[in-house]
Design a protein around this ligand. Sequence first.
Ligand code: ZN
Ligand code: ZN
Length: 656
Amino acid sequence: MRARPAREPAAERPVARLAIDVSLPHLDRSFDYLVTEAQSEAAVAGVRCRVRFAGQLVDAIVLDRVDASEHEGRLSFVERVLGSEPVLTPEIAALAREVAGRWAGSLADVVRLAVPPRHAAAEKLVRRPPQDPPPPPDLDALDRYDGGAAVLSELATGTPRRSWTMLPGPWPDELATAVRAAAAAGRGVVTVVPDARDVARLDAAFNTALGPGRHVALTADLGPAERYRRFLAVSRGEVRVVVGTRAAIWAPVHDLGLLVVWDDGDDLLAEPRAPYPNVRDIAILRAHRANAGLLLAGHAMTAEVAQLVESQWAGTLEPSQAARRRDLPQVRATGDDDALADDAAARAARLPTLAWRAAREGLEAGPVLIQVPRRGYQPGLACAACRNPAHCRHCGGPLARPAADRPPVCRWCGVVATDWRCATCGKPDLRAVIVGVRRTAEEFGRAFAGVPVRTSGGGAVLDQVDDRPALVLSTPGAEPVATGGYAAAVLLDGWMLLSRPDLRAGEEALRRWLAAAALVRGGGKVVVVAPGELRPVQALLRWQPRWHAERELDERRTLHLPPAGRMAALTGSRRAVDDLIAALDLPPGAEVLGPVPALARPAGAEDGEASERMLIRVPRSQGAELAIAVKIALAGRSARKAPGAVRVELDPAVLG
Ligand SMILES: [Zn+2]
Ligand SMILES: [Zn+2]
């Protein structure tokens, strides 16, 4: 056996504190290794390396270099330093640790979300000098909003935090104007949007507003080499403005001055990988840490943002009265029981008179949007008298019927609703939601003979349609932009959206409607087929997203639901979930709800075992304690190699 040549630690700060890429909860801490003199220059904070850990070679990132270790025993040496590119800045490392704590996850999991995989060739690219800032925008560029000019000035020098309720019209241009105001002052900006279509629209708007080369777009579909090249342009400080999907919230822009999140209620902004953090909430933490501005912009508004406004952490940026009169469509509601159109073909397509007329008149002036919700939602239950969604009397959760002949059951606590009474009107009868009628494109075609019918949704999403009259059928979220705005829109089967047994069903329905209605020209007609007395429908008719979010927040507070309370959802086999619950040292105000059958099986669940879900609910003030308790219990399970996986989500975006 030949001995390896003895390695000597570096003369200065020989200990490297590392974040190791191992996500076992009981190993979630930093580890100290030694670096040699030869490695010392490259092994700076943020650089990747390889180390031997529990007998295997694993990836790690240097968090810090220190003189001596606080740990007992002999330290191992770092095997290899990979390049010299700091990919995890101290700001992002600290944010990642905070996010891991907030969502009861491990640092390794969060770092994997934050730092893209290495692509060595991209690191060899020649460094470019940083881009000059663009010229500032005109201060009257946001004059559709009260106080728009003040916000633009503040973006250059201060840290404005606003809930920005945007009008129909060119939101990408307006966001680009705000970004330009911050970028012109030399500040870094991170803008995050739900999907690649939104990135494409902002990419074009940023090119115009900032000039070419002053920003990069980061999306998951770029491919690893290009994605890493763009990431390096940001981490090296060559480019200071980023627009991208979910992971872009972690972009290490230099001199961060502004974070922008568009449409924070979209569940695409909720991370589907552990520990399932949400972009809006990461943005709030990051703005706070970096002392940066934050714009939470959208046509809709979430209860979470209403809470930020209520606590005065954020202000509002609202449309002026004059702009509302000019740029909003006229919205009307019609019940699905109302008279159907007096026309055989329109009857066949189940179109209420009001909807049919709006579409007919609209088609004389341009394209008409018809929003048709997708099938496949589990139908919920509503009050037969007032049609408000039915809540469990025990926990406030949504009611659903597991099968047509079974009594209604709470989706959260599992209690059978035997003596249910409506919380709004006091009546005792439930009504199952009609699972809409299936209408086909052919039926619409016959109802509007001679008009071209185009469809968008599922596998075939249209980005844009021109100004010629056409009927555009789309599922929610897939609506193409009409170049000159739609002449009218009809939002069908509102029930399907409103009655999903989910915490956010009302908020989500309104968000989908506002997004579609915002594509209609100022003064154009919008008809929503849904009961006009329900709150989300009222908010659409009056175009008052803030009013809706405030009412929603009040109601959630009464029921101790997020964001007024904190919830943890634990999903896994009964054995694994029970084991985790038994190990939890819960704060005194905690309430445990369930178990109920889980709708989806968690990854890593063992075959042959049914999945179930339990919920833990605590007052908001105990949210941090809940996260710590869950993390300790998970670490205990991990240390004793307890069988079965449990998926833990804090304040999940979808809570059905
Ligand atoms: Zn009722
Ligand atoms: Zn319940």
